[in-house]
Design a protein around this ligand. Structure first.
Ligand SMILES: O=C(O)CCC(=O)C(=O)O
Ligand SMILES: [Fe+2]
Length: 257
């Protein structure tokens, strides 16, 4: 068993437990497994990550909700082109130490098998580029992650440190059906205008969060207070050998290697 995980709370080797988790994820579009990572391991990761905060990458540009370039054929105020601010910073996989508990968990075969069972897919693979697999996000006072849909079909995150206030994960379940090519412009526009109902997903440091962010629009509200919100994203692919393009790496990390 991986020494960084609370096996007593979460028997990840147990097929029936994984099936239960899968049912919860399918029903709610999100799954929070409380107290998944051990407290000592979280403390170690915070200690390793903190020195990187000053050198984290902060994108200076805005983005649309779909995380794509704008369409010049559409007006600037069209929902597709509306620009969103995200001011959080991050460090990339190549800045996560080799002995990090995060890497031990990310690489763990039993953890990957568990994720596959919960997500209902056969195999997952790390990213083929050097930056995308494990990322640590930093949001100091006033920083936020604006409304967006993820490019990936699923996201696996763990909060490392909660801020004093703000930093809430807000989402709109089933905002669209991307598999059917649905962009949901009306609904997305209403959410951006604050006219649609938004839910908050509650989770604490050490909780594992699985989320289907390609169809559920989501954001993280600005951090309040002097404690920086710290969160790790474990990114996987359902196909081997897939990496981000050079232009995507430049956008997300400000560098390509
Ligand atoms: O910070 C979070 O809780 C969510 C992160 C997220 O949505 C993302 O990285 O796409
Ligand atoms: Fe996201």
């Amino acid at each position: 068993m991986n020494p960084h995980l609370n096996a007593a709370n979460h028997p990840i080797h147990d097929f029936a437990y994984a099936q239960q988790c899968r049912a919860r994820l399918d029903e709610a579009g999100a799954l929070v497994l409380s107290n998944f990572f051990r407290r000592e391991s979280i403390a170690e990761v915070i200690k390793q990550s903190e020195p990187f905060e000053a050198n984290a990458f902060y994108a200076s540009s805005t983005h649309n909700v779909y995380l794509t370039p704008p369409d010049p054929a559409l007006p600037d105020d069209h929902t597709f082109n509306r620009q969103i601010v995200s001011s959080k910073g991050l460090i990339a996989d190549d800045e996560v130490p080799g002995d990090s508990p995060l890497r031990s968990v990310y690489d763990d075969e039993a953890f990957r098998t568990f994720l596959c069972r919960v997500l209902g897919i056969d195999t997952i693979y790390p990213y083929a580029d050097d930056l995308s697999s494990i990322n640590v996000h930093f949001a100091s006072e006033g920083r936020e992650l604006g409304w967006h849909f993820d490019n990936s079909s699923f996201a696996v995150t763990m909060l490392l440190r909660a801020p004093e206030g703000g930093g809430a994960f807000e989402y709109v379940p089933a905002t669209r059906n991307s598999a059917a090519g649905d962009m949901s412009f009306d609904r997305v526009g209403r959410v951006l205008d604050g006219e649609d109902l938004v839910k908050t997903l509650e989770f604490e440091p050490g909780d594992l969060v699985l989320f289907r962010g390609r169809d559920a629009m989501h954001r993280v509200t600005p951090t309040q207070g002097s404690v920086t919100r710290l969160l790790v994203v474990f990114a996987y692919n359902d196909r081997p050998g897939v990496g981000l393009s050079e232009s995507a790496l430049q956008t997300f990390y400000g560098r390509t290697a």
